[in-house]
Design a protein around this ligand. Structure first.
Ligand code: ACO
Length: 323
């Protein structure tokens, strides 16, 4: 059975770090409020010369180096983003060009914070369907560009960054012991649109717009939706929370992560947390957190890793993979 096995990982963060205290002169807030409610202490914010394409390219180059591969070895790029450089062409194609690739194909996926989980699931299907052998999966965002910097209830929550994986087709036995993507579940429900959306777009206002969120409403639904989709993934794979080595959730809010892990019975020591340093980087949050835990030696070859995300739409999903 063909499996999509991880060959390399990379990440990139903007140069500038913005601490919670840096908001204190801009909006009525405090380090204490932000840290207590969200777990966030700082985030990286892109300068004018740092874009979704440039951050995505940097993460992709690091993932290729880590895999010992070059752009020539890649036949598909899937970029998860809600903050593309332009409405079109797809920013994935711009990254393809920046990498010097004129072969293969590239496209963007838009599922907001769940984008990376959707992209891994999609890349896995292309690989198992025989349409690609090696795929660069990138999550890259510059949410700072769509924030209303006068709205204290949203501007303190988000950050910019990118993460990337190289996955490759390898033969597996078709069991849970295989390396690679083992199971996935995706969901969406547009009835929740008004709780988290951007109030502009090419076909409506002709503007880029700003992020709008009813934080309390999102919070109310998050834990139930996240745990449901994870339980579906566990049941598809025939495992329980105890079998997991690592839980790498979307990094929106530490309280949501803690409550989800507790409900699922996942021990705190198995949960990777980066929301304190990165804030919510939307589709980049899961690969950025993965990159941290791989680079510091926590996630090792053979470990069973659960990825999860929930975001605007609502969209949500989970992916189980063996590193
Ligand atoms: N500093 C100080 N006070 C603030 C701030 C701030 N930055 N922001 C809001 N407040 C105030 C509010 O105005 C409110 O004041 P009031 O009681 O006088 O009206 C009070 O704090 C409480 O506000 P709540 O919204 O009820 O606070 P809550 O405890 O719910 O925390 C938060 C807010 C952090 C946004 C939380 O609801 C949350 O994390 N929600 C989930 C958001 C999320 O995960 N979004 C990402 C989804 S992923 C994606 O796709 C983008």
């Amino acid at each position: 059975m063909i499996r999509s096995v991880v060959r390399g990982i990379g990440s990139a963060l903007p140069r500038r770090i913005m601490k919670n205290t840096d908001f204190e002169g801009m909006v009525e807030t405090s380090d204490e409020w932000i840290a207590q409610r969200t777990g966030i202490r700082q985030r990286h914010i892109a300068a004018d010369d740092e874009t979704t394409a440039s951050l995505g390219e940097a993460a992709a180059r690091e993932a290729l180096d880590n895999a010992g591969l070059t752009p020539d070895d890649i036949d598909l790029i899937v970029l998860a983003t809600s903050t593309p450089n332009n409405t079109f062409p797809a920013t994935a194609v711009e990254i393809q060009q920046r990498l010097g690739m004129r072969h293969g194909f590239a496209f963007d996926m838009q599922a907001v914070c769940s984008g990376f989980v959707y992209a891994v699931t999609t890349a896995d299907l292309y690989i198992r369907g025989g349409l690609a052998r090696r795929v660069l999966i990138i999550g890259s965002e510059t949410f700072s560009r769509i924030l209303d910097w006068n709205d204290r209830s949203t501007c303190v929550l988000f950050g910019d960054g990118a993460g990337a994986l190289v996955v490759e087709a390898q033969e597996g036995a078709g069991t849970i012991a295989d390396q690679g993507v083992l199971a996935a579940s995706l969901r969406s429900d547009g009835t929740h649109r008004e709780k988290l959306y951007v109030d502009g777009g090419p076909s409506t206002t002709g503007t880029v717009g700003h992020l709008r969120m009813e934080g309390r409403e999102v919070f109310k639904h998050a834990v139930g939706m996240i745990t449901d989709v994870i339980e579906a993934t566990f049941s598809e794979a025939g495992i329980t929370a105890e079998d997991l080595d690592w839980f790498v959730p979307h990094q929106a809010n530490k309280r949501i992560i803690d409550a989800s892990a507790k409900k699922l019975g996942i021990a705190d020591a198995k949960v990777v947390i980066t929301v304190d340093r990165h804030g919510n980087t939307s589709a980049a949050s899961v690969p950025l957190a993965l990159a941290v835990a791989v680079k510091d030696g926590r996630i090792r070859k053979g470990d069973l890793v659960l990825l999860e995300a929930m975001g605007g739409g609502f969209t949500w999903g989970a992916v189980l993979l063996r590193w």
